[in-house]
Ligand binder design. Structure first.
Ligand code: PMP
Length: 353
């Protein structure tokens, strides 16, 4: 199993511009912070294990029955729970190469195999994924948009794909970057996702969403799955008791209600993505079109060395050698000031070449 190389983390001590973990640079909603303060005084009590209030609000928000929503300690927890529920030795899951690093970790921890198909034009090749399915396949992971490439599949491509997946396989549509992607799709005039309609019509699909990105609550660990009630009745048994803290539940409830805060992050992200992409392209780098809160770009040299040089300017980004892209880095889209600092550092590195 690969070892997950996490970012430097919130308490690394060194003042760094953190553009390495696709976090929300604007922080949590003030309303969420207030709700957390309120929840703290009840920290002597175990949390509601079913996240009933949050689940209810999510059900109303998405127009789904509550038994089709499972709240977990981040969407990565939901990924692990799905693997533990459906996989084991002799079974397999299918995804693309150069996708979210947690898929191999969670699949292999169950003793199952992960089949990773090649990419097509830096994006998931859904035909290759269909061709890789065998009788032992139980799960498919589609990160949409994909991390780390930032590439997106539109709803027509996903619908056609789902119509051809055999019945014994559950498709996980990982929409961790949903709010950013939906906004990009709106601006670009295409239909991003109707994944919830797929769940509503009974398709064997689990949609993943998280409070870590647009809601700015990554440090609290809270996300959820939306999927078939009968599958979730098994998944819930694999979830660790009390794994979603009361503070996280309170924060998520409040964050959901602060649409203005979400909108600000999403709008700034799309504006800043253009500034970053244009700036890096002017330096001669190949920049992948993004639909998320990060961009992937080819720096035309060893990415680890390039990352180390950016570090000297106090900026942390993610080199993608581990993903089989030794010349590529992933940069989270930050605040205007952070992005200007990144572009200034990239310019200096470029001048010194
Ligand atoms: N899915 C994808 C594709 C991601 O990039 C991430 C965040 N890095 C997640 C899921 C996990 O988010 P969380 O566990 O914080 O909800």
């Amino acid at each position: 199993m690969p070892v997950y190389a996490a970012g430097p983390g919130a308490s690394s001590g060194r003042p760094l511009i953190r553009l390495d973990s696709n976090e929300n640079p604007y922080g949590p909603s003030p309303r969420a912070v207030e709700a957390m303060w309120m929840a703290l005084s009840s920290s002597n009590l175990y949390p509601d294990d079913n996240s009933a209030d949050l689940r209810h609000q999510l059900a109303v928000h998405h127009g789904m029955p509550e038994d089709q929503i499972l709240v977990t300690a981040g969407s990565t927890d939901m990924i692990a729970i799905l693997c533990q529920t459906l996989l084991g030795p002799g079974r397999n899951a299918v995804t693309s190469e150069r996708s979210f690093i947690v898929y191999p970790l969670a699949v292999r921890a169950t003793g199952a195999d992960l089949i990773q198909t090649p990419m097509r034009e830096d994006s998931f090749d859904l035909e290759a994924i269909l061709a890789a399915i065998d009788e032992n396949t139980r799960l498919i992971f589609v990160a949409n948009p994909n991390n780390p490439t930032g590439t997106i599949l539109d709803s027509a491509a996903i619908d056609y794909f789902l119509s051809r997946v055999p019945d014994h396989v559950i498709v996980v549509l990982d929409e961790a970057y949903y709010e950013f992607a939906a906004h990009f799709a709106f601006l670009r005039g295409f239909m991003y996702s109707n994944s919830l309609d797929q769940v509503k019509r009974g398709a064997p699909v689990v949609v993943l969403r998280t409070f870590s990105k647009a809601h700015g609550l990554a440090g609290l660990r809270i996300g959820y799955g939306i999927g078939p009630a009968d599958l979730f009745s098994y998944c819930v048994r694999m979830r660790h008791t009390y794994s979603v803290s009361s503070v996280a539940q309170a924060a998520a409830l409040a964050a959901m209600r602060d649409q203005a805060h979400i909108d600000r992050a999403v709008t700034s992200n799309s504006q800043q993505s253009k500034i970053l992409c244009d700036g890096l392209a002017e330096l001669g780098m190949r920049v992948f079109p993004t639909s998320a809160n990060f961009i992937c770009c080819d720096v035309a040299e060893d990415a680890a060395a390039y990352t180390a040089r950016l570090r000297e300017y106090g900026i942390s980004v993610r080199p993608l050698g581990f993903w089989g892209a030794p010349n590529s880095i992933r940069i989270s889209i930050g605040t205007p000031e952070q992005n200007q600092a990144l572009l200034a550092a990239a310019q200096k590195i470029s001048n010194a070449r």
